[in-house]
Design a protein around this ligand. Structure first.
Ligand code: 13P
Ligand code: SF4
Length: 321
């Protein structure tokens, strides 16, 4: 069993050998490395599977590996643990949180729900297990429109925690939603001025955007979709150049899928580098190696909370199949 194999910490292999060392440890530990598109290029390159939130949840639900190493943020690893209570679920840096999850504390959310007792509660997967446990249905940016379209027309809906995604879903479905006032610090950082400047420099480029962006930026987009939909778009579109309104980690896979095309990320306001997700970027190859070596830090969840959080995730997986 994997736990008997843990020994005193070894010293981290030198950088050129890290990738091979990670793959070797992965084999020894019967582990699978799942990585989100926003991870550093080196992490994406060493992973077994790269995906968006929905694809990663599906993979976490179906994997036969003993150990899941989740290179993403805490709520993603927590979702993997909710789906796999008997497995070891590790995350290279436990501090890798999410501004959306942080913006929706469970107690405040309970009070908000109590003000809307007749509402069906749809929560974006970017939230804590304690908020999932208070939800009727979980969604991701890939399936939110599809799921909301399946809900009874007469039932009012409360949507949490991303108001930007929620407003986009409302526009797509024609449904009136009540929003929890959360947002993503990364997707709210993109500068409209920089975007307009990029459009002037690349008038032939298609503007593609994640629905977590604010509406004034989505209004300037030619195509809107989740990370996996944006990736599909760069190959299905005839455009040769793209201005990308989401975390620039995804440009790595875009360049792999369409090496002949060009991609431009949009800087944050004041030219800052705040268009990268500070939480996602806490994970590094060193920390990935270390967590495989020591089988920690891991995600633990109280069982009754896990069961309550599981029901709306399973509903999502069934409704989006
Ligand atoms: P996706 O569901 O598109 O992968 O998005 C996850 C996320 O955190 C976006 O900020
Ligand atoms: Fe959370 Fe935004 Fe980072 Fe996605 S990009 S993990 S929503 S903080």
């Amino acid at each position: 069993m994997v736990f008997s194999q843990i020994s005193a910490p070894h010293s981290t292999p030198p950088a050129p050998q890290l990738r091979t060392a990670i793959r070797e440890l992965c084999r020894e530990r019967q582990a699978v490395i799942l990585a989100h598109y926003y991870q550093d290029d080196a992490i994406q390159d060493v992973a077994d599977f790269i995906g968006d939130s929905l694809e990663l949840s599906r993979k976490a639900a179906s994997t036969e590996a003993e150990v899941i190493v989740f290179c993403g943020v805490h709520f993603m690893a927590e979702t993997a643990k909710i789906l796999n209570p008997g497995k070891t679920v590790l995350v290279p840096d436990l501090e890798a949180g999410c501004s959306l999850a942080d913006a929706c504390p469970a107690e405040a959310f309970a009070a908000f729900r109590a003000q809307h007792p007749d509402h069906y509660v749809v929560s974006y997967i970017n939230c804590s297990a304690a908020v999932k446990a208070q939800s009727d249905l979980i969604c991701t940016s890939s399936n939110a429109v599809h799921l909301v379209n399946q809900l009874p027309a007469e039932r009012p809906i409360l949507f949490a925690p991303d108001q930007n995604l929620g407003r986009w879903v409302a526009r797509q479905t024609g449904r009136e939603l009540t929003f929890w006032p959360g947002s993503c610090i990364v997707h709210e950082s993109f500068s409209e001025q920089a975007l307009l400047q990029l459009r002037l420099q690349h008038p032939e480029a298609e503007v593609i955007a994640h629905p977590e962006c604010q509406q004034h930026l989505l209004d300037l987009a030619d195509f809107i979709g989740s990370t996996s939909k944006l990736l599909e778009r760069v190959t299905s579109s005839s455009a040769e150049s793209f201005i990308v309104l989401t975390e620039p980690g995804i440009l790595h896979q875009m360049r792999r899928r369409a090496p002949q095309k060009s991609f431009h990320d949009v800087p944050g306001s004041d030219g800052c580098s705040c268009n990268t997700c500070p939480y996602m970027r806490l994970n590094t190859l060193d920390k990935l190696w270390r967590c495989l070596d020591q089988l920690e830090p891991g995600i633990e969840l109280e069982e009754s909370l896990r069961q309550r959080a599981l029901a709306p995730i399973e509903r999502m997986l069934a409704m989006s199949a």
